[in-house]
Design a protein around this ligand. Sequence first.
Ligand code: DWN
Length: 426
Amino acid sequence: MINSISDPTEIPEDYYILHECRICKGNNLKEFLNLGDIPLVNSYVDVNSPPPFDEKFPLKVLFCQGCNLSQLSIIVRPEIMYKNYSYRSSISKTFIDHCFRLANSTVKRFSLTDKDLVVDIASNDGTALGEFLKFGVRVLGVEPAKNLAKIATNQGVTTVAEFWNKETSSKIESKYGKASIISAMNVVAHVHDLNSFIEGLDILLKEEGVFVMEVPYLLNFINKNEFDTTYHEHLSYFLVKPLIRIFAANGFEIFDIYKSTIHGGSIRVFVKKKLNPFIQVDHDAINWLLELENDLGLYDFDTYLRFSEDVIKIKSDLMELLTRLNKQNKNIAAYGASAKGTVLANYCGLGNNLVQYVVDDTPEKQGFLTPGSRIPIVDYSYLKKKQPDYLLLLAWNFADELMEKTQDYKNAGGKYIVPIPSVRVL
Ligand code: DWN
């Protein structure tokens, strides 16, 4: 989610080119990943009126030598990406369970009661807040995609259909009062103007309140070759080091942080207002991750170049495997019409000739074609009917959950292809 574009020069109508690092404002930005031109990952194609071609945008990642933030070279206008959004966070049980644990631990750790307000930024269909509601706290979602805000509100999670910014924050404050907790799961990486985002937090958060966020961790991205989580929505790829810097520059302070396994590896970061004296900073937790980042070479550009070589190998291994299986007349399907699946398919040049259909349990995606690769998206019953020989797990981050729910497929002789961190047949 971008709230305002401060400096990048406008080129075509739909996107901007980044000229300086969004955190340190330096211009020592070096490219380490170029995935070519890729469509917007949530622009699923209508089977009944497909456009002549799917619009594509350059997808490149740059490393800032100044503050070590990795970031996309362009910024697509948020209005294009988020007005109607097919991704539903409630589709995965693994994620719902994760949100329950987050709600449970947050309510206990900060002694929340029915007087406390929890606000979730980019609350999607209300999955996380639904778990907080179980503990009797007050909740409010903020979600720019009107279709999702409506679903959440209908399910009892009142949701404001707006982008997060200072104006939205002020409006919420005057109507609902200050928040004890503001959460942001998988959205800070989507934000171009981080200063404005944090100013919004400052307005709505109580002086003793806590901001808790989760973002994919660049450490896992590099070490597990998670290149397909690069897409136009993900503007920043975070290490702890640049995060400390951006919060400090805005009067906030990280006081605790730890790794989580969700979405291929994330960090959960707890942040307070700098002047809040009631919460102690866990320096050991923070320093441990900073040392780990340093030891793993994540402040060194050469590490990123080695990663980009691994990415090329995944592409050739996957295409070699799928082409060989196709020649042997094996039927290949996929599971998970995910954003990362769209990037993987388009980068590798994988289409309907190799993968016959993609199974996805999201009703909003079924009946459409995947962006660019144009593979039909179907519901789970297809898998049962067709029993393909191989199932490519495009939502590899939920591999355990997908394999568990497709036990019958496996028992009938089906095999899985897992593309990340390296191509494997299971
Ligand atoms: O930040 C973002 C991340 C966290 O989520 C986004 N901007 C968009 C989205 O990315 P993604 O689409 O790559 O996320 P997922 O959660 O890996 O997508 C999984 C896909 O697989 C979804 O389309 C749902 C589907 N799925 C399913 O149909 N049945 C997943 C599971 C676990 C299932 O049981």
